[in-house]
Ligand binder design. Sequence first.
Ligand code: ATP
Length: 240
Amino acid sequence: KAASRHLSVSQVTSGYDRADVLKGVSIEVRPGAVTCILGANGAGKSTLIRTILGLNRVRSGTITFGDASLSGMPTHRIVALGIGVVPEGNRVLPRMTIEENLQVGGLLDPYPRRVADRMEAMFAVFPRLKERRAQLAGTLSGGERSMLSIARGLMTDPELVVFDEPSLGLSPLFVSEVFGIVRRLKETGLTILLVEQNVRQTLDVADHGYVLAQGRVVASGETRVLREDAELHKAYFGVH
Ligand code: ATP
């Protein structure tokens, strides 16, 4: 099935306690494309993801996925609509096996048969996880753990998946592996929202993107344009 729904975040403010962190953020996530959100520590990337997923309240503005308004919707319903998430830091349940971790990813699905089929589909995409299906997740290598956390995020069979800094804390070899996986998933037609600090590789895999700074979008556009923008690099990405 081809992805068809747009995720639209329009003029959204959101934050913690009294302070607004997001100050009128608008982004469009196009179906079947990879959209990236770049920004330094504290720019508001995690807050944006939390707000999209219903973990932070939308204070003003709107978030829609296709025809559905996500504002005020509980997270499990947002996931049921077809939005999946691969959490920051490749978190897995260390005392559970690979298989059990994937089952947890499918917990919202009331049909065990569908969960089992989905798990086999994940094993087809990640054969290394299949070989180790009975191994405790806590004993996996960094790369295997990130595969597991991605596979778990896909267990709900989402149309759109949000990746929260998937390369965080990984060695360069594993970072390339994660970006390779994102590229392969894109080829399957999945809609991807990729939040990252790894500027170069993110701009290489994404189609278009947004740069956040202090809770505002300060630049946006096709990644081939963002990549060439020297001022942007100097101001927000650091000079390499
Ligand atoms: P990083 O790359 O470091 O994860 P980020 O771009 O994801 O950064 P956020 O985590 O969204 O940034 O943080 C944006 C601002 O919100 C920061 O100033 C942060 O201190 C503040 N903030 C984040 N979480 C909370 C919280 N639970 N309570 C209060 N303030 C918070």
